[in-house]
Design a protein around this ligand. Structure first.
Ligand code: T4K
Length: 401
């Protein structure tokens, strides 16, 4: 353990980890099962285009989340684009600025303006009270994001959408395996979109899916993800290539068999971080509602500089020097990235909670490739970071970037 200032890598000690510890390390699942599936796939010589693994994966996902339809896709960004188009969104759509850039880009890509809305500082999700204020005659929809797997205030968003006649979609990229008031995420709003990217709780290497109870929407999205084909020589709609491959679905099916294991490891890691960081001034480890099923995929700290005596970015440097590659998701907020910062240079004025949060959030490594000893070492380094904050601040200020 790093008890002394000389032990910290910033002050000449050896890094705590010889190999980097990443946020977002993939949960792999049972390799033998995966390789067997790949072997079968090669034998079958059916690699993509709605193959048997994709169909099975879609069925399993739909059953698990209690939705009538699951349409598997090549990634969540394309899935969002397709859901947005199929739902008929145009003009302006209200989204949180505190999300991964894909949520906003999926709109702008189709020349729909993302209107950035502030978040609730407790949940980090879109604030329904603010949503009402952002509606204009050009607004056609709302996209809520279940950030970190914690559901938006779905009920209130549904009421607003109904009352104002708006479409309601959810970016559920983080929320596979999570619930809202006892019901699995996946059947709310007009449609919800999961990501199965390598870094997600369940992964298909790259991948995503739209889940919906709306038959018409589902049929449209199935066409759209396959160039609009409604038969071998018949195209009836504009479409793109959003298909998931068989190898991806094989990975997803294998992961689905290991979900309980993934959750229990994530939960164990989460409880250990909570325990070991408890009571540290200015370090707040985000909590999950343990009454709701949840994937516990993200360990999210908020660093309150005034109390901790160290700011988030300095703490990040302390960790990085030790080969702990913590991340500042979702810094600096979509509204401060291009093209949005040029389009809406003053958007931040409408986003006080987002602006307050983005300099504070830090994500720590978790998942199946990290164990109790590593978490103890990470927490000890954070404690040392706070203990030696004055010396660290001087050292970091002197370092070139
Ligand atoms: N909506 C939301 C709210 C999202 O968070 C995302 C994606 C989307 C929509 C869109 O979903 P997809 O279209 O991607 O399905 C990563 C992911 O690429 C992205 O999927 C994810 N959110 C976002 C939060 O994180 P980057 O730019 O941070 O990726 P990168 O390469 O820096 O990797 C992240 C960390 O994961 C690093 O510490 C390294 C580690 N890693 C990554 C990969 C790919 C591994 O250890 N192994 C790997 O194979 O975006």
């Amino acid at each position: 353990m790093k008890e002394d200032i000389q032990d910290l890598a910033l002050f000449g000690g050896a890094p705590a980890f010889a190999e980097p510890l990443h946020v977002g390390r993939p949960n792999i699942g049972n390799r033998e099962r995966l390789l067997q599936r790949i072997e079968d796939m090669l034998e079958r010589k059916w690699l993509t285009n709605n193959g048997p693994y994709v169909r099975e994966f879609e069925r399993r996902i739909a059953d698990l989340v209690g939705a009538r339809h699951c349409i598997a896709m090549c990634n969540a960004t394309v899935a969002l684009e397709i859901a947005i188009r199929a739902a008929g969104l145009t003009g302006e759509v209200i989204v949180p600025a505190f999300t991964f850039i894909a949520t906003a880009h999926a709109l702008q890509w189709q020349e729909i303006t993302p209107v950035f809305c502030d978040i609730d500082p407790q949940t980090h999700t879109i604030d329904p009270c603010r949503v009402e204020q952002m509606i204009t005659p050009r607004t056609t929809g709302i996209i809520g994001v279940h950030l970190w797997g914690r559901a938006c205030d779905i009920e209130t968003l549904e009421q607003i959408a109904r009352r104002r006649n708006l479409a309601l979609l959810f970016d559920a990229a983080h929320a596979f395996g999570c619930s809202y008031k006892g019901r699995m995420i996946g059947s709310f709003g007009d449609a919800e979109v999961f990501s199965f990217h390598a870094t997600k709780f369940l992964n298909t290497f790259e991948g995503g899916a739209v889940v919906t109870n709306n038959d018409e929407l589902a049929a449209k999205m199935r066409l759209m993800k396959n160039f609009g084909f409604a038969g071998q020589d018949k195209v009836i709609y504009i479409g793109t290539n959003g298909k998931m491959s068989e190898a991806s679905a094989a990975m997803g099916l294998t992961g689905l068999e290991c979900l309980e294991e993934f959750i229990s490891i994530n939960y164990r890691n989460y409880k250990q971080y909570q325990q070991e960081l408890k009571g540290l001034p200015g370090i707040y480890c985000m909590t999950y509602d343990e009454q709701e099923p949840c994937n516990y995929q993200y360990i999210v700290l908020e660093v309150e500089e005034a109390e901790a005596g160290i700011d988030r970015d300095t703490l990040l440097q302390v960790l990085r020097a030790e080969n702990i590659l913590a991340r500042r998701y979702f810094f600096p907020g979509c509204h401060r990235m291009e093209p949005y910062r040029s389009y809406f240079p003053h958007a931040g004025l409408m986003l006080p909670e987002t602006e307050r949060l983005v300099p504070r959030v830090l994500l720590l490594p978790t998942g199946t490739s990290i164990g109790p000893a590593e978490i103890s070492a990470i927490c000890a380094i954070i404690r040392s970071g706070l203990r030696f904050r004055r010396e660290i601040r001087n050292r970091v200020q002197k370092r070139p970037n």
